[in-house]
Design a binder for this molecule. Structure first.
Ligand SMILES: Nc1ncnc2c1ncn2[C@@H]1O[C@H](COP(=O)(O)OP(=O)(O)OP(=O)(O)O)[C@@H](O)[C@H]1O
Length: 305
C-alpha cells in the first residue's frame, strides 16, 4: 500500500535500487531491481529460462516475518508455490498479503525468513532473482508523467531488451489490455483501472518466469478482466507461474488451481483449491477459517423502517 513506498526506501540493500528512486530503474514503480539485470529478449508468452528449481517450486517461502513497531504483520509464513501453478493468496484486510508478497519479491526486507524464486534467494541474489519476477505491486507509485506507451517501453528497456523488441511487445500489451487509444495519454490522467492495466503491462514486458500480482483486477472493467484472465492462463499454460492476491473468492476459485488463506500474518490453509475448499465453496471455507462474521442487522438508527 502507500506505506509500502516508505518501507521500500528503507529496506533496499546498499548497491540495489529503491523502487521509487529517480534512477529510472522502476518505470513501473514495481520492477526497479530489474534495471541492473539485462534480460535476453524473449517472446511474451515464453518466459525466459530459469535455473533448476528444487522440488519444482516457483516460489518457496520459509519463516517470513515482518514487524512494524508493535504490529506483527507477517508471523512466520511458509508457502510453496509449484512451478506452473495459478496461485491465489486470499485473506481479510490487514492479513499480511501485501507485506508477504513484498518480502517475497525483494521490495521489502524481511525481519526473518527466506524466499527462493526458482531456487534463487531473493535477498542473497537479488538481481538474479528479480530477473525472474514480474511484479504488480499494490499502491506503489508509477512514473506517471510518462505516457502509457513510454512507461511500458522504458520498463522494457530498463530490463535490457532491445528497442525493437520493446516496441513490438509494448504494442502487443497495449492492444491486449485495451490501452492502445490511451497510449499517448499521460499515466497521471489514467483512471484507476487503466493505471492498474498499464502497471500490469510493465510487469509483463520482460516475460518473467514468475508473475506476482497484488489485486490485479481491482477497478478493472469486466471485459478487460476477462482479457487479462485469458492472457494469464496462456502464460501459465506456457510454463509461467502466477501468484495473485485477491478478495474475490469466486474469481480465485474459478481462476486459480492453488490457494493459500492467510490471516493475522499466518497461513491458515494452503494447497490445491479442492483441498482447501474441502467440498465447500471457497468463500464459505474462508469465512469459517477466518471468522469475524457479525450476523447482525446493524444499528437501529440504520434501519429505515
Ligand atoms: N509500512 C507499514 N507500517 C506500519 N504498519 C504496516 C505497514 N505496512 C503494513 N502494515 C500493517 O501490517 C498489516 C498487514 O498489512 P498488509 O498491507 O500486508 O495487509 P493485506 O493483507 O495486504 O491487507 P488488504 O487486504 O487490506 O490490502 C496491517 O495491520 C497493516 O496496517
Amino acid at each position: 500500500m502507500r506505506r509500502l513506498c516508505m518501507a521500500e526506501k528503507e529496506s533496499f540493500p546498499s548497491g540495489s535500487s529503491s523502487p521509487d528512486r529517480s534512477s529510472g530503474a522502476d518505470a513501473a514503480g514495481t520492477s526497479a531491481p530489474l534495471a541492473a539485470a539485462p534480460l535476453a529478449a524473449a517472446p511474451l508468452a515464453a518466459p525466459a529460462p530459469a535455473p533448476a528449481a528444487p522440488g519444482g517450486s516457483a516460489l518457496s517461502i520459509r519463516g517470513l516475518r515482518k514487524v512494524f513497531g508493535s504490529k506483527v504483520a507477517v508471523d512466520g509464513v511458509d508457502l510453496e508455490v509449484p512451478s506452473g501453478s495459478f496461485y491465489g493468496l486470499v485473506g481479510p484486510n490487514g492479513a499480511g498479503k501485501t507485506t508477504t508478497l513484498s518480502m517475497a519479491t525483494g521490495l521489502l526486507r524481511p525481519d526473518a525468513g527466506t524466499a527462493l524464486v526458482h531456487g534463487v534467494d531473493v535477498w542473497q541474489q537479488p538481481l538474479e532473482a528479480k530477473r525472474l519476477i514480474g511484479i504488480l505491486a499494490d499502491g506503489v507509485r508509477l512514473f506517471d508523467r510518462l505516457t502509457g506507451e513510454q512507461l511500458v517501453s522504458y520498463s522494457g528497456m530498463l530490463s535490457g531488451m532491445s528497442r525493437e523488441t520493446v516496441t513490438e511487445r509494448a504494442a502487443d500489451l497495449l492492444r491486449l489490455l485495451d490501452l492502445t487509444e490511451a497510449s499517448s495519454t499521460l499515466v497521471v490522467d489514467y483512471s484507476a483501472g487503466m493505471t492498474k492495466k498499464i502497471a500490469l503491462a510493465c510487469a509483463l514486458i520482460h516475460a518473467p518466469r514468475l508473475l506476482v500480482l497484488d489485486e490485479p483486477f481491482e477497478s478493472v472493467d469486466p471485459v478487460s478482466a476477462a482479457n487479462i484472465r485469458d492472457l494469464l492462463h496462456g502464460y501459465v499454460d506456457s510454463g509461467g507461474t502466477v501468484i495473485v492476491s485477491s478478495h474475490a473468492m469466486d474469481l480465485v476459485q474459478r481462476m486459480c488451481d492453488h490457494v493459500a488463506i492467510i490471516a493475522a500474518g499466518r497461513v491458515l490453509a494452503a494447497g490445491t483449491i479442492d483441498e482447501v475448499r474441502d467440498g465447500a465453496e471457497l468463500e464459505d471455507r474462508f469465512v469459517d477459517l477466518v471468522g469475524g462474521r457479525h450476523h447482525a442487522e446493524g444499528p437501529a438508527w440504520l434501519r429505515l423502517s
